[in-house]
Ligand binder design. Structure first.
Ligand code: ZN
Length: 324
């Protein structure tokens, strides 16, 4: 006897039914908004890129000579996988961002999304610190802090982060690359959680808003998983080779770096007018699909993400020795 009605619904179905979500159609002006935030997140990740997953010694056959421009970034010390997340509020303002810090904190659970959710809970509770008068920041109930928050992450979320985001009731999670190792847990949790309780965020792959870099990353990673069998990711000084088709190894290659570099350039092209917004006056919509009247237009969103990018690359060290 299954006590959970949603689980019961899927109990005798195929797994594919449980892991599939109904297609969501995103209007073109909203697609453009998603692309702006996505480009910004890739630009920040690109700025802080590090590639020496296995340390400074040994060889990285997928990467160029460290003396070259691209090689310089790929040679930076490894503090975490090149994965980042940021959160956007109902109006379209960027709240904050975080990196993956697995390596820096010597823990395989230090993912960007879970770190970000915890960081934002910390920010919302700042008003109850001793001797802080901030009437403009009223206390937020822990169950509605994230209900209108969209979280962007460069890589599809794992079960830990999907669980944390479900407990926080994050509205939706936009991801810019598929991680096949995460067995579509975001979809599965979305189907198994109830609207009225701790509903898991709606997972939105970049393909749903025509984000070309999403397809590029997925295609390049697929190529990497095949080619790495004959062209190792790493050769240690002792001659040990790493042929693992790992997504975090892929995210240390020039292949991935180049895609991030082009995304960073695409944002610069919008900034200097080389390319133009198609829907500069469009506004965001809330969870119910209603236009947010004081929301940022797409033109204002471009300014917002450029400002946030500059903040993140100049000051956003997150109290850790991320290199610049
Ligand atoms: Zn995770």
């Amino acid at each position: 006897m299954i006590k959970n009605p949603l689980l019961e619904k899927y109990w005798n179905e195929k797994v594919s039914t449980l892991a599939t979500l109904n297609a969501v159609s995103i209007p073109d002006p909203l697609k453009e908004r998603h692309r702006l935030y996505s480009l910004c997140l890739m630009a920040i990740t690109h700025h802080y890129w590090n590639g020496l997953k296995k340390g400074r010694d040994g060889e990285y056959p997928w990467n160029p000579d460290p003396a070259t421009a691209g090689g310089k970034y790929l040679r930076d010390d490894y503090r975490g996988h090149n994965i980042a997340a940021f959160a956007v509020d109902k109006r379209g303002l960027v709240i904050d961002f975080e990196f993956n810090h697995n390596r820096l904190l010597n823990s395989s659970a230090e993912h960007a999304e879970a770190r970000l959710v915890r960081r934002i809970y910390g920010l919302t509770q700042i008003n109850d610190a001793w001797d802080v008068a901030s009437p403009s920041a009223p206390a937020t109930d822990d169950y509605n802090t994230f209900e209108e928050v969209t979280l962007y992450t460069t890589l599809e979320s794992c079960s830990q982060c999907s669980g944390v985001m479900a407990l926080a009731r994050v509205r939706e999670v936009i991801f810019l690359q598929t991680d096949p190792g995460m067995y579509m847990i975001g979809n599965i949790l979305r189907n198994l959680t109830e609207k009225t309780a701790l509903e898991s965020p709606l997972p939105v792959p970049g393909s749903m808003f025509d984000f070309s870099f999403f397809t590029e990353l997925d295609t390049a990673f697929e190529g990497f998983t095949k080619e790495v069998m004959t062209k190792p990711f790493y050769k240690s000084p002792a001659g040990k080779v790493d042929n693992s088709p790992s997504v975090t190894s892929f995210l240390c290659t020039a292949l991935a770096y180049d895609i991030y570099a082009r995304a960073a350039k695409a944002l610069n092209d919008l900034a200097d007018g080389t390319t133009q917004l198609l829907f500069p006056d469009a506004k965001p919509v809330d969870r119910a699909g209603k236009e947010v009247t004081n929301g940022l237009t797409n033109a204002e969103t471009l300014k917002e993400v450029l400002g946030f990018r500059d903040y993140a690359v100049q000051k956003g060290r997150r109290a850790t020795p991320h290199g610049g």
